[in-house]
Design a protein around this ligand. Structure first.
Ligand code: ADE
Length: 420
């Protein structure tokens, strides 16, 4: 139902990027509160390329809470939105908008229902951590609307209760999710290690790998690993604590060699844990393995890491290059082995397309003329169609309020998503 005539609609819009872990979160010690068994570290991506935009509205005329994702209404019944909504409502403060003649006492927020409309600027089902961006954006924007005190640590702990890794999207740059020790989870929060300007020559290329296989969800995969994998216990207790310290040092010193070695080793150990789970979980596929091989052989032939790879719970490769020059060089190798299926270069690389120019790739003719990479020697065969497309991105800033009302996803008169 739309807002009744004469009733006000109050709303806020925010934009929040996704994040990719370089020290992985895998395994919960508390399923309800989403408390992890180890610390994790991530990079936040550029919101221009991978982010969620969310408008949250309240009106006395809304009879229930409703949500639309990418234009389609979805159920809010699952616990994840409800727990975030409850936690933000608890912290809501008095609010007044004199222009609109709206005054809300902190105890009155409880009585107002919300409409939420969210849109991802990247494919939601492609395994690119859309729920991390989405839940972080929801918490951030709802906090703005309800005039919640700006305490990012606390917001991260609320976002965590919606989707674990969402807590890291509350900040830009390099972020650590501290596992915490307390049973109530109040110390399981994210902190920023360095902002996005600290190491801004890193280039991130994501290979979105075609997958026909139905993947195991992270939630059930993690649960199975906790219950059955002896390697996971060893990883969480013995390996990760030291790795987190070394990764913090590598980030602080912009030490790419150490950063890349730790990133690759941690991704590989996470997938080893998946194989150590009963029944085993296979997130990577042949294309993922070929990309690993390409990176490993190139890094080996150069004698020092040029590119780091990391894979989440799916076959997509996240490749982090030390700078634009290496990224452009690496892109030539990637496009040699994985040319586009339909010969359309411009839709095959999205995000920061200028990297194509750096690589001297202005048309499909240039791609076809690429010489076989001499140093990588994966079987000299091409794998057309095995990568759906590439995204070229960089580190980005954390959540932002979208001030331009024209960009709001909800109509300020009807209280419904625009176009509905
Ligand atoms: N899950 C995936 N994308 C989302 C979004 N933008 N908001 C909330 N949940 C999501």
């Amino acid at each position: 139902m739309a807002a009744a005539e004469g009733q006000w609609v109050l709303m806020a819009t925010g934009r929040t990027p996704t994040n990719i872990a370089v020290i992985k979160y895998w395994g919960k010690r508390d399923e309800a509160l989403i408390l992890p068994i180890n610390d994790s570290i991530s990079v936040t991506l550029d919101p221009d390329h991978l982010s969620a935009t969310t408008t949250v509205a309240v009106s006395p005329s809304f009879p229930s809470d409703r949500m639309w994702l990418n234009g389609k209404e979805i159920s809010l019944l699952g616990g994840r939105f409800q727990s975030c909504l409850r936690e933000i409502r608890k912290r809501a403060r008095d609010f007044e908008d004199k222009e609109k003649g709206v005054k809300i006492k902190k105890e009155d927020w409880d009585k107002l229902h919300v409409h939420i409309a969210s849109y991802n600027n990247f494919p939601t089902a492609a395994g690119l951590a859309s729920s991390a961006a989405g839940l972080a954006c929801f918490v951030f924007t709802l906090g703005k609307l309800m005039n919640v005190k700006e305490d990012y640590g606390e917001l991260s702990s609320i976002a965590r209760q919606g989707s674990g890794s969402a807590c890291r999207s509350i900040y830009g740059g390099f972020v650590k999710w501290c596992m915490g020790e307390k049973d109530d989870g109040s110390d399981s929060i994210a902190v920023q290690l360095a902002d996005e300007t600290h190491w801004n020559d890193l280039v991130i290329i994501i290979a979105v790998v075609s997958s026909k296989q139905k993947e195991t969800s992270s939630t059930s995969g993690m649960r199975d690993s906790v219950e059955t994998s002896p390697l996971l216990q060893y990883r969480a207790q013995t390996v990760v604590p030291g790795r987190v310290l070394k990764m913090e040092e590598a980030i602080k010193n912009r030490d790419f060699e150490s950063f890349a070695k730790l990133t690759c080793a941690d991704s590989n150990q996470f997938h080893a844990v998946c194989l150590d789970t009963s029944p085993p979980i296979f997130y990577m596929n042949d294309t993922s393995h070929r990309i690993i091989s390409l990176v490993e052989k190139w890094n080996h032939s150069e004698g020092t890491p040029q590119v780091a790879y990391t894979f989440d719970a799916g076959p997509n490769a996240v490749l982090i290059a030390q700078n634009r020059k290496t990224a452009a060089h690496f892109l030539q190798k990637l496009l040699y082995y994985f040319p586009p299926q339909d010969n359309d270069l411009s839709s095959y690389l999205v995000g920061d397309k200028s990297i194509l120019g750096d690589a001297g790739l202005h048309s499909m003719k240039d791609v076809e003329a690429l010489p076989a990479p001499p140093d990588t020697k994966i079987p000299d065969q091409k794998f057309k169609g095995d990568v759906s497309y590439f995204i070229c991105s960089r580190l980005g800033a954390g959540p932002k309020v979208v001030v331009d009302e024209g960009q709001a996803l909800i109509d300020s008169v009807t209280g419904l998503p625009k176009g509905v």
